[in-house]
Design a protein around this ligand. Structure first.
Ligand code: SF4
Ligand code: FES
Length: 279
């Protein structure tokens, strides 16, 4: 399958990118009083299209979109699909930055299409491409199989010994330790942004490793050190170069690098305990 032609990674990540740009800021000017955003605005969408089933070369196709005051990139794509080209393929479900389905490259920056408002983009020419580092199935739909396989590898569920039907409680302080990791919506943006993931096929990747720390940091977890030992490898926690592009790319404020470093600390402590006969 073809991978999409990629601009330099730094551009895709929008280094120094302000992800808050995706959040609409209220325009203080009343509508009609010099507020040009109140009027419909023309955007030129250039969407990279490719169909793996047909083969050929990826090509950009242009669409003109007239947008009102508020329209997200996802809504614009839906409008194109509805009014101009029903063959345009992309994923979405929740439309509210919850399901993680609509991850893509917008104007060279990785984000969720439903989270990016057109009026906050720097240009009325909007280049939309599939996630880099993934094989393209069709247009903006990429093959996530490898991402999910690595996610499954860390056995991402709670291994708790529950007594009967009793609740397994945790304090607010205990919950705070896993908050950021629980917020992960598995959109794959961090994986797409990670330069190691593209060079090291075996690398488990930022999302799955952050999820593993989520469970080890959970006060109810009782899985033992097996999964941790499995990630004690170049393809696991030691593969990360701490470049932190995953942190820049995450739309939910998760810091996968923190999780990977926490797992490394757990491994070191575990080894020291074994060395000194405390385990
Ligand atoms: S850590 Fe962030 S960028 Fe990575 S999959 Fe989770 S929500 Fe997406
Ligand atoms: S449609 Fe669910 S995150 Fe965008």
């Amino acid at each position: 399958m073809k991978q999409s032609p990629s601009p330099p990674l730094g551009e895709r990540l929008g280094e120094g990118a302000d992800h808050s740009a995706a959040r609409p800021h209220p325009d203080p000017r009343p509508e009609g009083e010099g507020n040009s955003l109140a009027a419909p605005t023309e955007y030129r969408f250039e969407v990279l299209r490719y169909d793996a089933a047909r083969g050929g070369e990826p090509r950009f196709v242009s669409y003109e979109v007239t947008a009102g005051k508020r329209m997200s990139v996802l809504e614009a794509l839906l409008k194109i699909q509805d009014e101009q080209d029903p063959s345009l393929a992309f994923r979405y479900a929740c439309r509210g930055a919850v399901c993680g389905s609509c991850a893509m490259s917008i104007g060279g920056k990785l984000n969720l299409a439903c989270r990016v408002q057109l009026r906050n983009l720097p240009s009325r020419r909007v280049v939309v491409e599939p996630l880099p580092r993934f094989d393209v199935i069709k247009d903006l739909v990429v093959n996530m199989d490898g991402f999910w396989e690595k996610y499954e590898r860390v056995r991402p569920w709670l291994h708790a010994k529950l007594e009967g039907e009793q609740e397994s409680r945790m304090s607010e302080r205990q919950r705070a330790k896993i908050d950021q990791y629980v917020n992960c919506i598995l959109c794959g943006l961090c994986y797409a942004a990670c330069p190691v993931a593209s060079q090291n096929e075996a690398f488990t990747g930022p999302a799955a490793l952050a999820k593993l720390e989520r469970f080890y940091a959970d006060s109810r977890e009782d899985r033992g050190a097996d999964t941790l030992a499995q990630e004690d490898a170049h393809g696991g926690v030691w593969g990360c170069h701490t470049i932190t592009r995953c942190i820049q790319a995450c739309p939910k404020g998760v810091r996968p690098t923190d999780g990977i470093e926490a797992l490394r600390r757990r491994l070191v402590v575990d080894k020291l305990k074994r060395a000194f006969g405390k385990r």
